[in-house]
Every structure is written in C-alpha cells, then in structure tokens.
Design a protein around this ligand. Structure first.
Ligand code: HEC
Ligand code: HEC
Ligand code: HEC
Ligand code: HEC
Ligand code: HEC
Ligand code: HEC
Length: 505
C-alpha cells in the first residue's frame, strides 16, 4: 500500500516538475524518477498485490487443520474432540489456555516436556493428571499450522458425513456473506481507480513533454471512459454468468425438496406406524438400478380392503380407485374403465363418497355439509388425477419425482442396498417419520465421495463376493496404503469408488 501511495505521489511530482521545467529555466529535480522506472514500479506493485492477496487467502484454514490433525494428533486425541483417548479431549482447549499468552499453547504443542519443566501452571496441571504419558513434540509445526489445527478442534464438522448425509465443510462455506471477497473486491476497485489516475498522470507527462496542456479528468469523466464502462460490463457479465451456472448446477438436486404429491401418501403411516417394509413397495431397490415408486396395483393389495383412512377418510384413498378403476361399492375392478366418460366416473365416486359420509355420521340422507364434502372431494380427485395431455382421470398416479441425479451420473440401488448392505435411511433419512417425503442428502458429488472413503466393503457373508476367494480380498487389503492398524479394512475407495468413470458415463 505504501509503495502504491509513493508511486502515486511520484507520478504527480513528476508532472509538477515537468510543468515547472517548462515554465521556468530548466533545472533537475533529484527526487524524481525516470519514466521507465515508474513503469517498472507499476509492475512491481502488481506482483506485491498478488502476493499479499494470496497470503491473505492462505492463512490458517479448518481444512488444513483437519489434515494436520489427522496426520499428527488423531492417534492420541479423539476426533470428536469430546472423548478422552490416550490424550485428553481437545474440545474447548482454547478456553483452558485463555489465561496464558497464545504462544504458550504453541510452545506446548512444539515441546510439551519443555513447558512442563519450566513450571508453567497449565502444563504442570496436565502432567500431574496424565503422567507418565508423554505427548509427542511437534517442533516442525508453524504458528499458522497450529492455528489451523485449533480451528479444526473448535469445529470438527459435527457427525461423520455418513450419518449427517451432508457435505461437510463445503456446504458450510457456501452460506453466509463472503466478506473476504467483498473486501478484496473493494481493495481492487480502489487500486483500479488509483491506477487510472496514475495512467492519466503519465499521459499528462508525455503531453506536457510534447508541449501540450495537461488534461485533468474528473471522477465522472474517468468513470465514463470506454475502458471503465467495458470493465463494468465485463464484471456484470462475470457475476451473472457465475450465478446462472451455479443455479443450473443446483437445479433438480435441492436438499430438503418436498413437493406436494397428488395423493397425500404418508410414509409415517405406512412405513412407520404400520411397519410396512420399504422393499414391500420399493421392491426394485434390491435388484435393479432404480428403486421405483410402486404402481397403483401395490396399493390395492391393501386398499381393496382399507377403503377409508383414519385421518383423511375417503378423500385420498378414493383417488387410488379413480386412478385404477375399482368400484368400492361392489368391490370389483371395472370392465372397460378406460373408455368411461368423466361423467360416469364422477357419478360413481360421488355416490361412494356420499354413502360413506352418511354412514360415518349416522344420517339417512346427505345434509348440506355432506353435499359440500362430496363436491370438494371430487374436485380434489380431478385435480390430482387429470392428465394434462389427454384430459383423462384414468391412468397411473403421477407422483412428483423428488430425488434426481443429473444424466451424466451413474447410480445403482442394488449395488448399495444388496452388495453394500447400506440401509435406506443412511441416504434418505428417517423416511418412516415423514408424512411428506423430503430430500435428505445433497446428492452432490462430495456426498458420494465422502461416504466411499469412509465406508468399508462388506466382504463377510456377502453372496456378491462369494465368487472372490481369499486371495482377492488379501490383494485388496494389501492395496490399502494405510497405517498397519487399519490393514484389515478395505474401504469403497480402495476398490475404485473414487474413479471418475465408475460414477460418470
Ligand atoms: C503420543 C500421543 C499424543 C499425540 C500424538 C498428541 N498428543 Fe496432545 N496430548 C497427549 C497427552 C498424553 C496429553 C496430556 C498431557 C501429557 O501427558 O503430556 C496431551 C495434551 C494436549 C493438549 C493440552 C490439552 C488441554 O486440555 O490443555 C493439547 C492442546 C494437545 N495435546 C494438542 C495436541 C496436538 C495439536 C497434537 C497434534 C499436533 C497432539 N496433541 C498430539 C498426547 C498426545
Ligand atoms: C406402502 C408403500 C410404501 C412403503 C412401505 C414405502 N414407500 Fe417410499 N414411496 C411410496 C410412494 C407411493 C412414493 C411416492 C410418493 C411420495 O413421494 O411420498 C414413495 C416415495 C419414496 C421416496 C422418494 C422418491 C423420489 O421421488 O425421489 C423415497 C426416497 C422413499 N419412498 C423411500 C422409502 C423408504 C426408505 C421406505 C422405508 C422406510 C419407504 N419408502 C417405504 C411408497 C412406499
Ligand atoms: C401393506 C398394506 C398397504 C399398502 C401396500 C398401502 N397401504 Fe395405504 N394404508 C395402509 C394402512 C394399514 C393404512 C391405515 C388405515 C387407517 O387410517 O387406519 C393406510 C392408510 C392410507 C391412507 C389414508 C391415511 C389416513 O389415515 O387418512 C392413504 C391415503 C393411503 N394409505 C394411500 C396408499 C397408497 C397411495 C398406497 C400405494 C402407493 C398405499 N396406501 C399402499 C396399508 C397399506
Ligand atoms: C447409497 C445411497 C442410497 C441408498 C442406500 C438408498 N438410496 Fe434411494 N436413492 C439414492 C439416490 C442417489 C437416488 C436418486 C437416483 C437418481 O436420481 O437416479 C435415490 C432415489 C430413490 C428413489 C426414487 C426413484 C429412483 O430410483 O430414482 C426411491 C423410491 C428410493 N431411492 C428408495 C430407496 C429405498 C427404499 C432404499 C432402501 C431399500 C434406498 N432408496 C436406498 C440413494 C440411495
Ligand atoms: C452411505 C454411503 C454411500 C453413499 C452416500 C454413496 N455410496 Fe456408492 N457405494 C457405497 C458402498 C458401501 C459401495 C460398495 C458396494 C460394493 O461392495 O461393491 C458403493 C459402491 C458404488 C459404486 C460401485 C463402485 C465399484 O468399484 O464397483 C458406484 C458406481 C457408486 N457406489 C456410486 C455412487 C454414487 C454416484 C453416489 C452418489 C450419488 C454414491 N455411490 C453414494 C456407499 C455409498
Ligand atoms: C462416487 C461417485 C462419483 C465419482 C467417483 C466422481 N463423481 Fe463427479 N459427480 C458425481 C455426482 C453424483 C455428481 C452430480 C453432482 C450434482 O448434481 O451437483 C457429479 C458431478 C460432476 C461434475 C459436474 C459438476 C457438478 O458439480 O455438478 C463433474 C465435472 C464431475 N463430477 C467430474 C468428476 C471427475 C473428474 C471425477 C474423477 C476424479 C469424478 N467426477 C468422480 C459423482 C461422482
């Protein structure tokens, strides 16, 4: 910054000098710098600017802290920062050292025994509790690296990714206001403005040399030059372009997406309260790529008999009948239902709804309230089932698809459910608690990857792997470049779970 101000003043001074030289007798001003030096300095300022801004962006980070912690500290300090292992739980360590200068904490990490020997109160307190276990010395760690580790200790990112179903870290970074970037943008803007002034002054220098009058531009004039306008247009295009691409990437994979469905089908009532197995309805999950949504026939296995719900009465279940062509009055499937007119369908189901209303309320005929119930329920059926293309009520129920991976991704349910032995809930959350399904995981690439690097392959009692003999398994165990202690585990990443072509067509 200082250099910049200096440069700025130099250009100004040079101009004044030249002016003076022209107006008075020529004399040499020692403190001015030659023109080419000035240009060199501009280059230099840019280099400085770039290095300082990268330094600004580097700094201690939680990500770096995580790596450092895993490599150096995790063998003795638990990763959840809450349970004691060989060493104490590190959560809240900052507060425990708050009474001492920050450098004491650095000294502890670099050489705890030295700090204990010096009689430091916190260090001796720790030693009294944990001796004779000695913490390793990490004399090679810089202040910045230790700060990174502390950042990670303060926020280890909650539960393991597999359970949370979210991308750790990256998801967090996206939220909130990016102050760093706003600050950087402001600094750059200021510099750009100052540079414009310098360029203007340099132009004036040469103008004056050529015997012309210098031109002093006002702020307004500078901002309305072609260059400045082009710059603003470019910046706008960049910002909007980025936003558009960002939104496009997020399209169709919204975490928490919870659309209304044509029938108020409740997983809580079916999979939760009535404990119907997920695979009773999503039976293809086990054996094929898709865990398709059940056909109306599956609903009829039970709803041929269960004709009215405790909560919704005839309102929702009648939609099943109107879709598939089942007459609940006679308990028969309707012959030639596909060619029925809407009038016929309306007559049948209004009669059914009305009759159920009369029985439920112990009446002999429909009252006014009953008539309006019949009308609204029929309207609901039409709204839920009418096909936009052919206007028909008959035909399959059009469930709104919730989970949606982009076309370039290959995902296979049976690989995960049957071979990987992963519970539906790991990826879909507690569906059995949901009245309306909502998307639990991000379905982003980071989500897939982090599970693949944390989940073990299930070789044991697994028919899929029965064809592979011990040698195959041993081979893969050897592939694992992990410390001796973890040699008996094979993670999905070790069998190629991070290879691009496994997930991308
Ligand atoms: C060999 C096991 C071991 C390793 C590796 C280790 N520590 Fe420790 N750490 C301990 C023990 C044991 C103590 C308790 C004091 C003692 O006995 O020296 C401790 C105490 C601490 C304390 C003080 C905690 C408090 O409540 O005040 C901090 C901070 C700490 N360790 C940080 C680290 C960091 C950071 C790393 C990695 C760079 C690390 N430790 C690696 C064993 C270890
Ligand atoms: C009685 C049948 C039935 C049972 C049992 C059932 N589901 Fe469903 N499931 C459906 C229907 C119908 C839909 C489509 C409507 C909806 O989204 O609510 C659906 C939708 C879903 C979806 C969203 C599909 C999409 O569009 O992306 C998921 C995920 C799902 N079910 C998972 C489960 C899990 C996990 C279980 C077991 C805990 C389960 N289901 C049990 C019938 C069932
Ligand atoms: C294995 C049996 C079974 C299957 C299959 C089944 N249901 Fe159900 N359904 C039930 C039971 C049991 C109830 C609870 C009835 C009650 O409310 O007492 C119920 C209730 C309902 C209700 C009314 C909820 C209320 O309380 O108002 C609706 C709507 C419903 N089911 C829709 C469906 C749909 C749509 C399908 C097909 C995707 C389906 N069901 C498949 C057993 C089943
Ligand atoms: C490893 C994670 C994972 C597991 C385990 C899993 N699913 Fe899925 N599920 C997904 C993903 C990812 C999608 C989106 C697939 C797509 O868009 O192609 C999905 C989509 C679905 C759908 C929408 C239809 C489809 O196939 O696109 C249903 C229904 C569903 N899952 C049900 C289940 C059930 C039931 C189970 C347990 C038997 C289960 N899932 C286990 C990740 C998983
Ligand atoms: C909850 C953990 C989990 C999540 C989330 C998950 N997977 Fe997997 N995945 C597994 C496991 C476990 C296996 C290993 C199954 C086996 O033994 O072959 C696997 C295997 C695979 C394979 C086969 C790899 C091979 O080497 O044969 C592909 C492809 C795959 N997953 C794609 C995906 C995609 C795409 C996503 C995200 C949309 C995803 N997975 C999300 C756990 C997960
Ligand atoms: C375990 C499965 C998996 C593996 C392995 C994988 N991807 Fe992906 N990738 C995905 C999923 C899922 C998405 C879709 C994410 C979304 O919808 O945003 C994706 C999206 C992408 C995209 C589109 C940008 C985006 O964020 O949508 C690119 C580019 C990409 N992957 C490149 C790669 C490359 C290169 C590799 C190999 C180093 C790779 N992927 C490995 C699952 C995987």
């Amino acid at each position: 910054m200082l250099t910049f101000a200096h440069l700025y003043l130099c250009a100004d001074k040079k101009l004044t000098n030249i002016r003076r030289r022209l107006s008075q007798k020529p004399f040499i001003e020692k403190s001015t710098i030659p023109l080419n030096m000035l240009l060199k300095r501009i280059c230099w300022v840019f280099t400085l600017l770039i290095t300082t801004s990268t330094a600004l962006l580097a700094g201690p980070t939680k990500e770096a802290g995580k790596d450092l912690f895993t490599a150096n500290c995790a063998s003795c300090h638990a990763k959840d920062m809450k349970t004691a292992s060989t060493g104490p739980a590190l959560g809240g360590v900052e507060e425990r050292w708050a009474d001492y200068p920050r450098t004491d904490l650095y000294s502890w990490v670099r050489n705890s025994q030295a700090l204990i020997a010096s009689g430091h109160p916190r260090a001796t307190e720790l030693w009294a509790k944990y001796k004779p276990t000695i913490m390793n010395s990490f004399s090679g760690l810089t202040d910045e690296q230790i700060e990174s580790i502390i950042m990670y200790i303060n926020d280890p990112g909650g539960k393991p990714v597999v359970d949370a179903g979210t991308e750790t870290g990256s998801a967090k970074k996206e939220s909130g206001i990016p102050w760093l970037f706003i600050g950087l943008a402001l600094v750059l803007l200021l510099l750009a403005f100052a540079l414009m002034r310098i360029v203007n002054n340099l132009q004036n220098v040469s103008r004056v040399r050529d015997g012309q009058e210098p031109v002093e531009k006002t702020l307004g004039e500078i901002l309305s030059t072609k260059g400045a306008i082009a710059f603003f247009v470019f910046a706008l295009v960049l910002i909007f372009g980025y936003k558009t691409v960002d939104n496009a990437i997020n399209m169709g994979r919204e975490q928490g997406y919870q659309p209304d469905q044509p029938i108020a089908f409740s997983h809580k009532i079916h999979a939760g309260i009535n404990k119907i197995d997920c695979q009773y309805c999503h039976d293809t999950a086990r054996r094929s790529k898709h865990a398709s949504v059940p056909a109306t026939n599956t609903c009829m296995n039970c709803h041929a008999a269960i004709k009215s719900g405790t909560i919704t009465g005839t309102k929702e279940i009648t939609k099943i009948y109107a879709s598939i062509g089942y007459d609940p009055l006679t308990n028969r499937y309707i012959d030639g239902y596909d060619s029925w007119s809407e009038k016929q369908i309306e007559e049948l189901f209004k009669k059914w709804i009305g009759q159920e209303y009369i029985t439920a309320n112990s009446l002999t005929a429909l009252d006014d309230a009953g008539k309006s119930v019949v009308e609204t329920q029929w309207d609901g059926i039409v709204e839920a089932l009418r096909d936009d293309n052919n206007g028909k009520i008959q035909g399959p129920i059009e469930w709104v698809k919730i989970h949606n991976l982009p076309d370039h991704v290959y995902f296979n349910h049976s690989q995960h459910v049957s071979v990987g032995k992963i519970e539906c809930q790991k990826c879909h959350g507690d569906i059995q608690e949901m009245d309306v399904v909502s998307q639990y995981a991000t379905l982003g690439m980071g989500w897939c990857i982090s599970c693949h690097s944390q989940t073990e392959v299930q070789f044991k009692d697994n028919p899929f792997y029965s064809q592979y003999n011990e040698e195959y398994i041993k081979y893969h165990k050897k592939q694992v470049a992990k410390p001796e202690s973890e040699m008996d585990k094979v993670f999905v990443e070790d069998i190629g779970g991070l290879e691009c072509q496994k997930c991308h067509y």
